[in-house]
Design a binder for this molecule. Structure first.
Ligand SMILES: [Fe+2]
Length: 213
């Protein structure tokens, strides 16, 4: 390893500020039967972990090494030469947000303050869930379905691959991962079964409300 130049602002050693793999907010088996511990062990323990590890390798010793994850994402978005950093940073962020978008005792009725906003935008909670489900199922290939606030109004949008609303003016409230690695071990090709299971049993409306405030 080369000697650090300490003549200007203090430079942290390369390993001093890595992006950290966020802890799961629940045990790996707590989302069963919709998402099995086996899926969680691969999805969190391999896929998410690998995005974090790849990101740390890619940013080590670069201008991105000391930036927050959000800042890395927004400063590499739309730059073709930074695609690898953007993809791994965005996937790191997306997965942490996705884990929080679910909870073992999720689904059911949203809290009143969120329910009002949902009814204003979609007519009913069921209509909102239907739009989230159809958007998640219709995403061609890998990507994400999101409930977002756009100019104060709730909307459902989808993004491909690692893309995310953070690079737009929309504020993400919750997300559903529709990459095959999210459901293939449990549901094989039946993405709709996975998505409906998440919406009925796991979706964390409280988290969405926190993000809306
Ligand atoms: Fe994923």
């Amino acid at each position: 390893m080369s000697t650090k130049d300490t003549s200007n602002s203090p430079t942290k050693p390369e390993a001093a500020s890595p992006i950290v793999l966020a802890q799961l907010p629940y045990a790996e088996n707590e989302l069963e039967p919709v998402i099995t511990a086996k899926t969680m062990s691969f999805h969190y323990g391999k896929h998410h972990k690998t995005y974090v590890e790849n990101l740390n390798k890619l940013i080590a010793g670069t201008e991105y090494a000391d930036l927050s994850l959000e800042k890395i994402i927004t400063s590499t978005a739309g730059k073709p030469e930074k695609t690898a950093i953007f993809n791994n940073a965005a996937q790191t962020w997306n997965h942490t947000f996705y884990w929080k978008s679910m909870t073992p005792k999720g689904g059911g009725e949203p809290p009143a303050a969120l329910k009002q906003k949902i009814e204003a935008a979609f007519g009913s909670v069921d209509a909102c869930k239907k739009e989230l489900a159809s958007t998640a199922v219709s995403q061609f290939g890998s990507g994400w379905a999101w409930l977002v606030l756009d100019g104060g109004l709730l909307k459902v949008v989808k993004t491909a691959n690692a893309d995310l609303p953070l690079t737009t003016s929309m504020k993400p409230l919750l997300t559903i991962d529709v990459w095959e690695h999210a459901y293939y071990l449990d549901c094989q090709n039946r993405r709709a079964d996975y998505v409906n299971g998440v919406l009925d049993k796991l979706i964390n409306w409280e988290f969405a409300l926190q993000n809306a405030n």
